[in-house]
Design a protein around this ligand. Sequence first.
Ligand SMILES: Nc1ncnc2c1ncn2[C@@H]1O[C@H](COP(=O)(O)OP(=O)(O)OP(=O)(O)O)[C@@H](O)[C@H]1O
Length: 310
Amino acid sequence: MIELTELTKRYGRDSRGHLAVDHVSFTARPGRVTGFLGPNGAGKSTSLRILTGLTPPTSGTATILGRRYRDLPNPGREVGVLLDASAQHVGRTGREILRVAAQTMRLPGGRVQEMLDLVGLTEAESARRVRDYSLGMRQRLGLAAALLGDPAVLVLDEPANGLDPAGIRWMRDLLRDYARRGGTVLLSSHLLHEIEVVADDIVVIGQGRIVAGGTKEELLADERTFVRATDSVALAAALLADGHSTEPVADGLCTDADLATTGQVAHRARLPLVELRRADGAGLEEMFLRLTADTQRETTHPTSGEGAAA
Ligand SMILES: Nc1ncnc2c1ncn2[C@@H]1O[C@H](COP(=O)(O)OP(=O)(O)OP(=O)(O)O)[C@@H](O)[C@H]1O
């Protein structure tokens, strides 16, 4: 279990310093993958760095299994951390890095080979110095290091970075399986599709503040109604007159009126309907852009298809 409570980080000494994380609270639960989503500079890495004891918070708390990272007796065996795959000791081979970590954690020697097999690093690759690793290989090694102590919690910053499509699929299966066996996974990503397929719960951050959180189903649920009538213009007018908003979608309308109300409005206006159903979920990308609209650098102009710097 991971718990962030009113976590705040201000860089710089006084109140004019940059507020990177602003009263962030959320929980990542066991048996679930929690996706931490947000635009560039939103405060994801800062939050994860505080959680894993690398940066002190200005105020608030972040705990893993009920304790601050620095108070965990044997952190490597309780939480696996992969924040920056490039931060590994580049002069050592992959196998050496794991061997040293295994010794520090007092793990049996066989665990190193087990992890190399698990992340798909070959004998030859594990004997190469890390400076000669590709980004994807560093990510695999980083994940092997994170999993080495068989921890109950995983904290990963952009773990899919640099992985090829097969590697992304492999990582996804690994994380899902880890959560299925009761582990807690917190991972940040910009890759919306990746979060959509791997996460059970999603937390969205924008400019240091949590703007949405909940299960994936809750966040992606669309309460609106899709309706198609022989006369869309007349139906839009009837819905509007009844106090509902409408928006043309494909060959019909989306409205905030529920199914029964939409049917009644059409019936009263004597407008035959061709189709009436719940609107399809808008998808994570649309939700993400809507929720973080105030915090995006780019403004999207769907009609012109051009982006302009804000
Ligand atoms: N050491 C630091 N000193 C001053 N400001 C910092 C420092 N580290 C991060 N920041 C600022 O804090 C804000 C949040 O940064 P952070 O790296 O947490 O964002 P992020 O959500 O991880 O972004 P990205 O998706 O681009 O990695 C940014 O405005 C960043 O410039």
